[in-house]
Design a protein around this ligand. Sequence first.
Ligand code: LLP
Length: 463
Amino acid sequence: MSRSAHPAGPRHADVLPEGHYSAPAADLNVLDEKVWSRTVTRDADGALTVGGIAVARLAEEFGTPAYFLDESDFRARCRAWADAFGPDADVFYAGKAFLSRAVVRWLKEEGLNLDVCSGGELTTALDAGMPAERIAFHGNNKTAAEIERAVEAGVGRIVLDSFQEIVRVAHIAQRHGVRQRVQIRVTVGVEAHTHEFIATAHEDQKFGIALADGQAAEAVRRALALDGLELIGVHSHIGSQIFDMAGFEVSARRVVQLLAEIRDEHGVELPEIDLGGGLGIAYTSDDDPREPHEIAKALSDIVTRECESAKLRTPRISVEPGRAIVGPTAFTLYEVGTIKPLEGLRTYVSVDGGMSDNIRTALYDAEYSVALVSRTSDAEPMLVRVVGKHCESGDIVVKDAFLPADLAPGDLIAVPATGAYCRSMASNYNHALRPPVVAVRDGEARVIVRRETEEDLLRLDVG
Ligand code: LLP
C-alpha cells in the first residue's frame, strides 16, 4: 500500500504528523465507487443520494447515526457470487457479517444458502423462512441445546469443529433417529495475511482440527464410524479480509490431499469441500478486491487440477462470503457535533456515534474512508480523525482521513463499507442506543432493524 503525506498539508499544520494515510484525493467531492455502494451518487445540489434518496432526507426521517443499506446492490452481489460459482457449487452467505430477517428473505430470493454460527442466527434464519436444508451451522463451541435445535430443524450441514462435537452431534442425531450431514473443519496451516484476530488457518488458535499432525485424519476416522453422522466433506476457512488468492490455493490443495488420503484409507470419496469465506473488500481507495468470477475461477481451477492429479472425482465446492457481499452495500451516516483543531497535528471531528456502532477501528486497527455528504465543498483538505462520543480515547471511527477545512457542526458525514461486522458487532457501551439499519431501494427507504430506545435498555435492566 503506498502511503504518503499530502504536500499541501492540513489547515492547521505546515508539516503533517506521522500517520497511516494516503494523500487526499484530488477532489474530495468525488466519491470513489470502489468504496461506496452501487447506487450512491451526488445529486445536483451536491448531496449524496443512495437508491435515489438524498442523505438529508434520510437523516431527517431516520435520524443519525444510522446504517443505510443499498438493497439492490446487496441483491446484485448475491447474484454475482451465485453466477460466478454456477450450479455445481454452493454459496453460503456468512450471517455473522450482518443478519436480519429482511436479509434472509433477500438471500432466499436470490438463491443463496446461509451460514449461521449461533442459536440466535439460526432462529433469525428459520423465522424468516430460510429452508433448513439451505443452512450450515458453524461454531467452535456449539451448546448441546443449539445442536439439538439444528438437528431438529433439519439443517443441511453442521460443521464439526472439535473431537467432542463429533460425539455430541452423533448422539443427538441418533436420539432424533436421523443421520446428520456434517463436514469437519480442518486447519490447514496457512498463515493468512490479515490481522491476527481474524486469521484462522494457522494451528495456534481455537478453530478447527489440525491437518498437519494427523488429527484431521483421526477426526474423519471417528466421524465415519458413527451411525448418527453422514460425513459429506471437509471445511477450511483461512481468515478474513484477505486479498491474496495464494492462501486459498494452498488451503484448497491441502483439503484435496486430505480427500485423497481418506479415499486411500477408507475407500470413500467425500463429495464436498467448503473453502470458507474471507475475501477482502475496499475500505479505502488503496484496496483492490477481487471480483467473484476471478475468485470462482481461481478456486475451481486449483481444485480441478489437484483432483485430476490425485485421480479423485471433483467434489462440489462451497464458499461462505460474508463481508464481500454485505460489506460494500452500506454506509454509516453521522452528524458532526464538535470540531477540535490541534495545531501541527490534526483536527478531531466528533460524531454522534462511535465505537459502539463500529468497533473495527479500535479492535483491528481497521482503515476506513469518510466523506462530507450533505453538501460539496471547495475548501482545502484538512487531516482529520473522526471520533465518537464515548468515554474512551480509543473511540476512533476513522483514524486518518481528509475532509474539507470548512467542515462545520451539523454537517453530515458518511463512512462507507460498514455493511459487515459493524451493526453485527455493535454494543451498548455507555448505554448507547444501537443505530437502525435502513434498507434503501428505488426511491424507497424502510427500517429493517429499528433503532434501540431507552425503553429497550430499561427493559433488560430488571432492577
Ligand atoms: N466462514 C467462516 C467459517 C467464518 O468463520 C467466517 C468469518 C466467514 C465464513 C465469513 O468471512 P468473511 O467473508 O465475512 O470475511 N469481525 C471480523 C471478521 C471475523 C470473521 C469471522 N469469521 C471483522 O470485522 O473483520
